[in-house]
Design a protein around this ligand. Structure first.
Ligand code: ADP
Ligand code: GLC
Length: 471
């Protein structure tokens, strides 16, 4: 079947977080299963667009309110991704370096969605399913089913995946004219709490709604920025499918970004070499347990409590462990993390910024990965950590609850219930016990590397879901 994924991010073309990893790998696994899985995304003017070649396969116009935007559909030339990638070049809106956080994001992503449907309309083929990801593509199910211009797609099944319900993309009705004309009795399908809300619209109009873990679906029915009622109403067509990981990209045996590759037989020497490399780079002692954090420095990830955790752990138990942080985000968190470096020199360091290579090295060289998330729809970091023999220390929430079992429950990780400094500090002290028991430590590291979190299972679950929608 022909599956079309539409997303704002896709690794390696543009990545802000896990959405890119998912959209960049699920289609590959679906293609390997014999389907034609394609990705459509905007063409940002970043490193990827500068360093690669594309062929222009279509030129058209997308109308946003009273303005017309010319667009080009570019096809990624290299056949290395395992699926076809189409990028929408929309001068004036997407010829910028970053993915989000511009004042006109509403205008940008509505135009993108209109351009995508304008192109799909011109093609001879009709897709078997259109799979949209997050609010930046949230109007597509509505446009396909209720707007005359796109009537051709009325019977094409749509699946919408909520990767992160915190971001809803809502705006006022004064911008209603941005959307192509439709009958006003459909206004309710784009509205939530008196605002136009693309996330709510997708939840209402998509044939199926998925979340990226089963626990997250349960949680958002009780707490999601005022959208709980809607999720409860639409629960019948919703399901949680736990994300997978790209086991080719995230493979410690072949990963070109590591200092030394390793597998389940050689992990002790392999992890040691990567840890030594990291510790040399950051002035830490490789003989101490290394606790790490990788991620966006935002409240959702519990990053605001990291400075407090670092202070408590290193002030009260100095010399027992090292801490290394990689991330970027809210400035006050970045400053607080940098500020602590002088005080705990030799035991703690942080790298503020985005660094793909360093992240791989940390997954490989760390002993533990901290994820104190307040909200975690799925979380990929813990799955990468597991594959690289690094023990996750996680808060029981969302996808973390679905992927990490506490060592006290015959599992392999360290879990805690609250996103608080004291809970995480306690979890860190429990984790150090594992480290001291050398045989247990070795057994767990081997065991976690053997867990299969690749996309094989989830890609099939999605295919079964699409097939259930065939008319
Ligand atoms: P989210 O999408 O909410 O940020 P995920 O756990 O799903 O969280 O995915 C985060 C992805 O982004 C992972 O691939 C992680 O390694 C990567 N990542 C996050 N912050 C950084 C950073 N500062 N440098 C490199 N990679 C990062
Ligand atoms: C979101 C979520 C994260 C999830 C990712 C991929 O960004 O915050 O938990 O892993 O999407 O689905």
């Amino acid at each position: 079947m022909e599956i079309i994924h539409i997303s704002a991010e896709c690794y390696p073309a543009a990545k802000v977080g896990g959405l890119a990893d998912v959209v960049g790998s699920l289609p590959k696994y679906q293609t390997l299963m014999g389907h034609q899985s394609t990705v459509i995304m905007p063409f940002y003017h970043g490193k990827f667009s500068r360093e690669n070649e594309f062929s222009n396969i279509f030129s058209g116009v997308a109308r946003l309110g009273h303005a017309n935007f010319a667009f080009n559909v570019l096809k990624f030339q290299k056949n290395q991704l395992g699926y076809e990638l189409y990028l929408f070049d929309i001068p004036g809106l997407f010829d910028r370096e970053n993915v989000y956080s511009y004042k006109d994001d509403t205008e940008r992503f509505i135009t993108f969605q209109i351009a995508v449907l304008n192109w799909l309309k011109e093609r001879k083929e009709t897709p078997d399913v259109v799979h949209c990801h997050d609010q930046q593509t949230g109007f597509i199910p509505f446009l396909m089913s209720k707007v005359r211009e796109y009537q051709r797609f009325e019977h094409v099944p749509t699946v919408f995946t909520i990767h992160n319900g915190q971001y809803q993309g809502q705006f006022g009705f004064e911008k209603l004219y941005y959307l192509p004309p439709f009958h006003s009795y459909y206004n309710g399908l784009i509205e939530w709490h008196n605002l136009i809300n693309p996330l709510a619209s997708a939840i209402k109009c998509a044939w199926k709604v998925t979340t990226v873990s089963p626990s997250y679906l349960d949680e958002i029915s009780h707490s999601m920025n005022g959208m709980e009622d809607l999720l409860r109403t639409e629960r019948g067509k919703s399901l949680g499918i736990l994300n997978g990981i790209d086991a080719d990209v995230w493979n410690p045996e072949t990963d070109p970004m590591l200092e030394k590759n390793f597998n389940t037989k050689t992990f002790e020497e392999g992890k040691k070499a990567n840890k030594e490399m990291l510790c040399t780079q950051f002035g830490l002692d490789p003989n101490k347990p290394l606790f790490t954090f990788i991620g966006r420095l935002v409240g959702e990830k519990g990053a605001d409590i990291l400075p407090g955790i670092i202070y408590d752990v290193l002030h009260y138990k100095p010399g027992e462990q090292n801490i290394l942080i990689l991330g970027s985000g809210e400035k006050h968190i970045e400053h607080a993390l940098l500020h602590l470096e002088d005080q705990f020199k030799g035991n703690y360091c942080s790298y503020i910024g985005y660094n793909e290579k360093l992240s791989h090295l940390i997954y490989a060289g760390a002993d533990f990965l901290l994820m104190p998330s307040r909200v975690e729809p799925c979380g990929l970091n813990q799955m990468y950590a597991l594959r690289y023999g690094t023990i996750p220390v996680v808060r029981r929430t969302g996808g973390l609850r679905d992927t990490v079992t506490d060592i006290g429950d015959h599992g392999f990780g360290v879990c805690h219930d609250q996103c608080t400094i004291s809970d995480v500090t306690h979890a860190i002290h429990r984790a150090k016990h594992i480290c001291r028991e050398k045989r247990t430590f070795k057994r767990i590291r081997k065991q976690i590397m053997e867990i299969d979190h690749s996309w094989n299972r989830a890609a099939l679950e999605y295919i079964e879901l699409y097939q259930s929608l065939k008319l």
